[in-house]
Design a protein around this ligand. Structure first.
Ligand code: DAO
Ligand code: DAO
Ligand code: DAO
Length: 199
């Protein structure tokens, strides 16, 4: 349909624009290897960045820096972004979500701060109540709002917010950092960002 983009491997579709000004720049798949046996597609995701914030960024840096440098440091910038996750694997337990989260986000918290941040991480996973169900098709929005406020919604419902630049960097690094879940998604994101910076 017009105004959506389909992630080809999973068939998950993503609106091209979220919240009026957030533009879809890349889509990809988060896989997980189970017991060293097989890879399962856990969720498809779409990465969005706010048009206006990116344009402001290009004005701020136009004389000083190359686009390349701005893109390389995008995780440091106060640019509103969203990663939308669309669950593909129909049998996710909250236990495995907590475990995967502590592993993936935990490794990035170490990377950016040099410490375990156990307390921050546990405060965070404590929001993942056992009652939460994530059937196939569930939508999780992880949004970085102005001032490095991370907000999480499940199927449009607010689950919690937390103000932490470190946590914002850790979460978005999974998708657009050095060792992303899906390289192609990161490349598309960077290409999209470059074209927004140029216009
Ligand atoms: O439940 O048997 C299992 C294996 C599932 C692996 C789960 C990986 C979870 C990835 C994080 C999902 C975040 C929404
Ligand atoms: O894929 O390893 C990963 C990290 C996913 C980060 C998002 C986690 C949000 C989990 C919400 C669970 C609610 C019970
Ligand atoms: O600051 O003490 C506090 C409240 C902690 C609540 C944590 C909520 C975290 C939910 C945001 C998830 C974004 C991925």
């Amino acid at each position: 349909a017009a105004g959506t983009l389909v992630e080809p491997k999973t068939g998950a579709s993503f609106p091209s624009v979220l919240d009026g000004t957030r533009r879809l720049l890349g889509v990809g798949v988060r896989k997980k290897n189970v017991f060293g046996l097989k890879n399962i597609d856990v969720y498809a995701f779409g990465i969005y960045a706010d048009d206006n914030d990116v344009k402001k960024l290009s004005e701020k840096y136009s004389e000083l820096k190359e686009n390349k440098e701005v893109i390389a440091n995008i995780l440091d910038q106060d640019v509103r972004m969203t990663v939308r996750l669309q669950i593909v694997y129909g049998r996710l337990s909250i236990r495995s979500v907590r475990g995967a989260f502590e592993e993936s986000v935990g490794s990035r918290l170490r990377k950016f701060s040099g410490s375990d941040n156990k307390e921050l991480l546990q405060r965070f996973t404590s929001v993942f109540k056992n009652e939460i169900k994530l059937p196939r098709g569930s939508l999780i929005d992880l949004s970085k709002e102005q001032g490095f406020v991370l907000q999480m919604k499940i199927d449009g419902k607010d689950i919690g917010t937390i103000q932490s630049k470190l946590l914002c960097q850790a979460v978005f690094d999974l998708y657009i950092g050095e060792d992303p879940f899906d390289k192609r998604a990161k490349e598309d994101f960077e290409l999209g960002l470059a074209s927004l910076l140029n216009c």
